[in-house]
Ligand binder design. Structure first.
Ligand code: EPS
Length: 380
């Protein structure tokens, strides 16, 4: 068991975001365009603020690759910031509600929100997306597809339509909200415009669906190794995410057992079946016993509205009295961007679990390990 290890560094208005990803096998053809493509998607979406017009996130590889292939050494990435002004920015005199400002200042015992908010900013997610976009290329080499989209914005749910993967992709590409329901777009645009006019912000819900996973990723042996807890932690580590559910999720608490659990049936090669075994449904969201079942993994995450409001919120000045919170600029909503972050942090966690199950110094060795396992497991 080794898997992936990663870390990020960087302040929102500092010189750059940097990241290190350890544990990628050697010999993986890593597409930097693919990573930059994910960074571009993260910057988009209706309702984004002024910062995204300044930045044009692209990644520079500092180590871990030669001639387009991974070396097996740590992959070091850098995204240079354009809006570098951390030394010029002043120190806010009051903490903004909903942000890390107050608890952070109390933690360090210093009335300096600038020292807190620069790192707590969601700007950091750009590097997590870059690392995830590298890690997901391991999964893609084994036919795994990760697809995220927004299902609800400002309390308005999108209609659910059953369409094939190609159509899903086309719909999302055409959407300003990473949404699969063009009808909802109009209502969502109106809701964002209305919130913007009021100086307010909107949250929402996104879904990430992963197909092509083998059964058995993650473990029941160590509670911390359960895929459920690992994926939950990964998604809850995205700023502003307040809840995560898998499959029927919270609704399962209101149903009877017979309405929740997915009957096992003889498999016929359909999606989610493995060897002789298939499933009549996928209400579990592709996880049982903390492991993947091989059925599509389906998770949803709830994002609260961005905490920086143009109209301000009630707060209290350090050493002073009640005031309105300060506003420089912000997004009205960033749920489409969060869906891209969600996809890529899920990729990072699943790729790590995949490489724990199927280890090898090179991609060829990982493939050999995977095939040995598959031939054995498929014969049950
Ligand atoms: C973000 C960069 C930030 C914000 C947003 C996300 O840029 P700035 O603070 O310079 O305007 O647009 O940050 C937050 C929502 C937050 O809460 O910090 C980005 O790159 O995603």
């Amino acid at each position: 068991m080794s898997g992936l290890r990663w870390t990020t560094a960087g302040e929102s208005h500092g010189a750059a975001l940097v990241g290190i990803l350890e544990g990628l096998p050697a010999g993986l053809e890593l597409s930097i365009e693919r990573i930059d493509g994910e960074l571009r998607r993260r910057q988009g979406g209706y309702g984004r603020g002024g910062r995204m017009a300044i930045e044009s996130d692209t990644v520079r590889v500092l180590s871990g690759m030669r001639a387009g292939l991974t070396l097996g050494s740590p992959l070091a990435l850098m995204i240079e910031n354009r809006d570098v002004k951390i030394e010029e920015l002043g120190i806010p005199t009051s903490p903004r509600p909903g942000h890390a400002d107050l608890a952070g200042c109390q933690k360090y015992g210093k009335a300096d929100p600038r020292a807190i908010l620069e790192r707590a900013s969601a700007r950091e997610t750009a590097m997590r997306v870059a690392l995830g976009a590298a890690a997901r290329q391991v999964l893609e080499a084994f036919g795994v597809r990760i697809f995220g989209y927004v299902v609800e914005l400002g309390g308005l749910a999108a209609a659910v339509t059953e369409v094939d993967a190609k159509r899903q992709f086309d719909l999302r590409e055409r959407s300003d909200f990473a949404c699969l329901d063009p009808e909802s777009e109009l209502a969502w645009k109106a809701a964002v415009d209305a919130a913007k006019a009021d100086g307010d912000t909107l949250g929402g819900i996104f879904e990430v669906c992963v197909t092509g996973l083998p059964p058995g990723l993650g473990t029941f042996q160590d509670p911390r190794g359960r895929m459920t807890s690992r994926l939950g932690a990964a998604v809850l580590a995205i700023p502003a995410i307040k809840g995560v559910e898998f499959g029927v999720g919270f609704e399962s608490a209101r149903l009877r057992g017979g309405e929740v659990h997915d009957a096992i049936e003889l498999g016929g090669g359909e999606e989610g079946s493995f060897g002789r075994f298939g499933r009549a449904s996928n209400r579990s969201g592709g996880l049982e016993g903390g492991m993947t079942t091989g059925a599509p993994l389906v998770l949803r995450a709830a994002m609260k509205p961005i905490s920086t409001l143009r109209k301000g919120l009630e707060t209290v000045e350090f050493g002073g009295g009640p005031v309105k919170s300060t506003y420089q600029r912000s997004d009205v909503t960033a749920v489409p961007a969060a869906s891209v972050v969600g996809e890529n942090v899920v990729a990072l966690e699943l790729a790590s679990a995949f490489l724990e199950s199927f280890s090898g110094a090179s991609l060829e060795m990982v493939r050999a390990s995977f095939e040995t396992w598959r031939d054995r497991a498929v014969s049950l």
